[in-house]
Design a protein around this ligand. Structure first.
Ligand code: PFF
Length: 469
């Protein structure tokens, strides 16, 4: 069945290119910017352990499911879901799951590009010596100066979006493949160099204690939820990215094997990012739990004082930019591929329209930090709403439905065929996780993240009171 289908967009030249591309999608701002600061806020080593469990028990099975669906459908997520629903004799409404994914990708791209723009701006700032001798106040001032200026934010956001469109417009083999082939090895090399620099010039011992010494009293319900949400975002799950990358995967590549490599590489990069950041932060007696400002405000102070700080600091932000770039192309790809398939547009036109739309939406996020800062219906500004709707609503909902579709709705014969044939131990383990553990885990994240759980508990409480009270 699958062998009969071919993607009109082409195919990866090898499974290793697929691994690089999917790792490029997974490794992004989530690993290098977000993972270290939430680890900082959520108690270090204990959080890391919970995170690892979430990756293995929930992230990995859903990643396999997404690749499986993509490779079987061989189209953009919307058309893949429509085709698979038909193959499996299911309701055509399943295509809305594809819609949710593409929509989530579009919205994530809009604000992701704004934050990636900060990273691009910081390459220039740090490398040109702006942080020389910086204090907490001056560093905070530089960050506020950037985010307070709508013009600067839009400029950097635009530059980043152009970089994304240029790659995706050149197609799967001519654009995406070429980009990841050079950028991913460069990313790993820079990361290792930075870890070496941090371990030698910072306080490695404190950083290792902080990252790896588990304090189980810190494992609260909140920490588990944060870890699960982070695992999901970091592995690029719940939307069309991994699915569409799977649609370009050669038939003979093993889905379990490639998924394990991708998830392991993503986790390794997150941990290495911690090892590149915390030794420096501790070495300069700075506060590790500073939230989103950790790399932009805290880390830059240290770079402003260290020998070689200008060079290595500049490299750190090049690393962050490259990581964001290879993720952003995976956010535009599903949107562009869908336009090519559905409207018969050229790839260039599809990328200009898709990327242009996300750019426009991103302006709203850029303005949330300055002119529109006061506009916050429901306590969230435009940026917060974009992030909330995509990552707290659409991603978990999409991930849960993907698990339900692959586990509960598809024929076993179909999933088994994609996962390598017989009912191997690997297949049975996957099935157990995708049937029960993954959907429940993601449902909990969804209910908690949207505040629905509190509403439900409240409503049940009232009901009980009125019945029994
Ligand atoms: N995984 C990326 C990161 O960790 O930054 C973000 C991301 C990319 C999320 C693609 C979702 C996605 F589909």
């Amino acid at each position: 069945m699958t062998a009969a289908r071919e993607s009109i967009h082409g195919q990866w030249s090898s499974r290793w290119i697929f691994v690089l591309a999917a790792t490029g999608s997974a490794v992004g701002l989530g690993n290098i910017w977000r993972f270290p600061y939430i680890t900082g806020e959520s108690g270090g080593g204990a959080f890391v352990l919970v995170y690892l469990a979430c990756v293995v028990l929930v992230g990995l099975p859903i990643m396999m499911a997404e690749i499986l669906l993509g490779r079987r459908g061989r189209r953009s997520p919307i058309n893949t879901m429509a085709a698979l629903a038909e193959d499996e004799g299911l309701k055509p409404a399943w295509r809305y799951l594809g819609w949710m994914g593409v929509l989530a990708g579009f919205v994530i791209l809009s604000f992701y590009s704004v934050v990636a723009g900060w990273a691009v701006a910081y390459i220039v700032y740090v490398a040109s010596g702006t942080f020389a001798g910086a204090t907490i106040e001056t560093s905070q001032g530089i960050f506020d100066g950037l985010t307070g200026s709508a013009g600067s934010l839009v400029l950097w956001h635009s530059l980043f979006m152009v970089m994304v469109v240029v790659v995706v417009a050149r197609g799967v083999q001519g654009g995406l493949e070429q980009a990841v082939k050079y950028l991913m090895p460069a990313l790993f090399a820079m990361l290792l160099l930075l870890v070496g620099y941090a371990l030698f010039s910072g306080d490695a011992v404190s950083a290792l204690h902080y990252l790896f010494e588990p304090d189980f009293s810190k494992i609260t319900g909140d920490a588990v939820l944060t870890a699960l949400g982070q695992a999901f975002f970091s592995l690029s799950l719940g939307m069309g990215s991994i699915m569409i990358y799977g649609s370009y995967l050669p038939n003979d590549a093993s889905i379990p094997q490639t998924s394990i490599i991708i998830a392991a590489a993503d986790t390794l990069v997150a941990l290495l990012a911690g090892l590149a950041i915390f030794p420096i932060v501790f070495g300069y007696g700075l506060e590790p739990g500073q939230g989103p400002g950790l790399v932009f405000i805290t880390l830059t102070i240290a770079f402003g004082h260290m020998p070689g700080g200008q060079f290595f600091g500049g490299m750190f932000f090049v690393l962050l930019t490259v990581a964001a770039w290879t993720s952003a192309i995976s956010l535009l790809e599903p949107v562009a591929a869908w336009m090519v398939e559905s409207f018969g547009w050229s790839r260039l036109k599809s990328c200009l329209v898709g990327g242009g739309g996300a750019w426009l939406l991103g302006i709203g996020s850029a303005l949330s930090f300055n002119h529109w800062a006061g506009f916050a219906p429901g306590g969230r500004n435009f940026f917060d709403w974009s992030e909330f709707l995509s990552t707290s609503v659409l991603l978990p909902l999409g991930g849960m439905l993907i698990a339900v579709f692959a586990g509960w709705r598809m024929r076993l014969a179909s999933t088994m065929e994609e996962m390598g044939g017989g009912p191997s131990a690997m297949f049975r383990a996957w099935l157990g996780l995708i049937l029960f553990v993954a959907p429940v885990g993601v449902l909990v994240v969804f209910l908690e993240g949207t505040g629905l759980r509190a509403l439900l508990v409240d409503a049940l409480g009232r009901l009980a009171a009125s019945v029994f009270g």
